[in-house]
Design a protein around this ligand. Structure first.
Ligand code: HEC
Ligand code: HEC
Ligand code: HEC
Ligand code: HEC
Ligand code: HEC
Length: 219
């Protein structure tokens, strides 16, 4: 990974030496501006969330990822569920039927505090200010949709969520990580092109150029 980063930086310096290449400079200056914020996301320490939401419990209940993050296969951002979506389920869990809210587990009491039960119905909901964990800096464009369309699973990038209590970074999101996978997926080898099909060879080569091009992620 370190070597990869070094190679990228060398490439960057070469680009910077060429006249007329403004994009790398632009990126570099933006990187300095957003550097402080970015350092935060690279730490492995999970942030304090308004509610300690346990992925583990919900994923083991077989609730699909896309039920709560439906944006992942349609658009750039996966999105987070609304309180209304949580409450559609938690407002009617058998286990807590007839149990006073102040007898609920602490984290569920917090969830209930975002719900205003009105008479008459329906209830109103206050949004939860989740602290973003998994994020790329502003000068990088990431879109979920093409990745899901290419057959990747959530686990390929986010790890095994069924083991997580509070969301933590599975791997540091850095440029080397993106490029490493883009390289691997476009290599003309027995895995990507088992029959050594010449048409596929050409396609892979074309994709490789695109997926490693600075302008694909920085524009
Ligand atoms: C489809 C149903 C469903 C949805 C949607 C859902 N949950 Fe849950 N959740 C459960 C069930 C079932 C449990 C286990 C309850 C238990 O055993 O006490 C649970 C457990 C929890 C717990 C742990 C409670 C404890 O024992 O400490 C928290 C916190 C929680 N949910 C928060 C949320 C939040 C926040 C949302 C929305 C982002 C949400 N849930 C959405 C079904 C759901
Ligand atoms: C019941 C709803 C629910 C389900 C099911 C669920 N999530 Fe989440 N997810 C949330 C909530 C709420 C948050 C924000 C709180 C947090 O980060 O812990 C979140 C946060 C995340 C984040 C971090 C977002 C950030 O801010 O960086 C990732 C990544 C994620 N979920 C992936 C998954 C994957 C993959 C699955 C399926 C294996 C899944 N989730 C299933 C509700 C859910
Ligand atoms: C190719 C790697 C990759 C795959 C596959 C992937 N993600 Fe992500 N995910 C990311 C990256 C990178 C970010 C940060 C994006 C940003 O900051 O714009 C992210 C952010 C998120 C977030 C928080 C921010 C947001 O977009 O709302 C959630 C939630 C999430 N992913 C859920 C999922 C789910 C659910 C799946 C599977 C359906 C999935 N991801 C598949 C790489 C991936
Ligand atoms: C686990 C592998 C993997 C990781 C990690 C990954 N990608 Fe990708 N990426 C892919 C694949 C596969 C494609 C689709 C190639 C194709 O067109 O078939 C793709 C396509 C793209 C595209 C082109 C989308 C289009 O419009 O065609 C962009 C931009 C991109 N990725 C950005 C990123 C960024 C930024 C990161 C890191 C934050 C990242 N990717 C991490 C595998 C990955
Ligand atoms: C597949 C997506 C992708 C491609 C292609 C890509 N980058 Fe990046 N780049 C990223 C991501 C993600 C980050 C933010 C994380 C980091 O700093 O490593 C980043 C960060 C950077 C930074 C800031 C470095 C820092 O330390 O903060 C510079 C400069 C940069 N890229 C230049 C380039 C140049 C030049 C190219 C072409 C040789 C390129 N990038 C190609 C995804 C990409």
């Amino acid at each position: 990974m370190e070597k990869l980063f070094e190679q990228n930086m060398m490439k960057l310096f070469e680009i910077l030496k060429k006249p007329g290449i403004q994009i790398a400079l632009l990126i570099a200056s933006m990187a300095i501006v957003s550097g402080a914020g970015w350092a935060f996301y690279q730490t492995q320490i999970p942030p304090e969330q308004p509610i300690q939401f346990p992925h583990k419990v919900h994923v083991n209940l077989q609730i699909p990822c896309l039920y709560c993050h439906p944006g992942a296969w349609r658009q750039a951002s996966a999105g987070l569920p609304t309180v209304q979506k949580c409450w559609a389920c938690h407002g009617q869990l058998k286990k807590y039927e007839g149990v006073a809210v102040n007898q609920w587990p602490a984290e569920l009491q917090k969830l209930a505090s975002y719900v205003q039960r009105n008479d008459p119905e329906p209830p109103t909901y206050k949004p939860i200010d989740w602290v973003p964990v998994y994020q790329v800096p502003d000068f990088v464009h990431f879109n979920h949709r093409p990745h899901i369309a290419a057959g990747l699973n959530c686990e390929n990038c986010h790890g095994d969520m069924s083991k997580k209590t509070v969301e933590t970074l599975e791997q540091t999101v850095n440029m080397g990580w993106c490029l490493n996978c883009h390289r691997g997926r476009t290599e003309n080898n027995s895995q990507n092109n088992p029959d050594n099909d010449p048409e596929l060879t050409a396609q892979l080569a074309e994709k490789r150029i695109k997926l490693l091009d600075c302008g694909t992620c920085h524009y």
